[in-house]
Design a protein around this ligand. Structure first.
Ligand SMILES: [Zn+2]
Length: 126
């Protein structure tokens, strides 16, 4: 009777599975941060957002003024806009940015939300 999987093939499959597992684990570890960029009259502000803790939040600019009426939600490592005063509310309808490279854009409020691999700690660029 012919075996379906030869021993050498079995080893190869195990190696592939091990490599895939490592890639998946690394992917999960890097999926922990997002950047929200807000373009204001004085320049661009970049907020680093930790995605490891579920919560809802609002953003304030450097003077403590809340940026155009928007609320954000972090849930399960993903981020979305839950409320916005922009016409049409496209950013709310875009839902969760759910993987690295995911982007939410609010053109009227000049806000972009981008998931990142790294957790850079800069918060303002003029
Ligand atoms: Zn919007």
């Amino acid at each position: 009777m012919k075996r379906l999987i030869k021993p050498k093939e079995a080893v190869l499959i195990l190696i592939v599975l091990a490599v895939l597992t490592v890639i998946i684990l690394l992917g999960n570890n890097s999926k922990g941060a997002a950047e929200i960029t807000v373009i204001t009259e004085t320049g661009a502000q970049v907020y680093s957002i930790d995605l490891r803790a579920d919560r809802r939040f609002v953003l304030e600019d450097l003077t403590g003024t809340r940026i155009p009426d928007m609320e954000f939600e972090v849930s399960g490592g993903d981020i979305r806009v839950t409320k916005s005063d922009c016409p049409g509310g496209d950013c709310v309808h875009q839902g969760f940015a759910s993987h690295t490279g995911g982007v939410i854009v609010c053109v009227p409020n000049r806000v972009t939300v981008r998931l990142t691999d790294t957790e850079n700690e800069y918060d303002a660029v003029v």
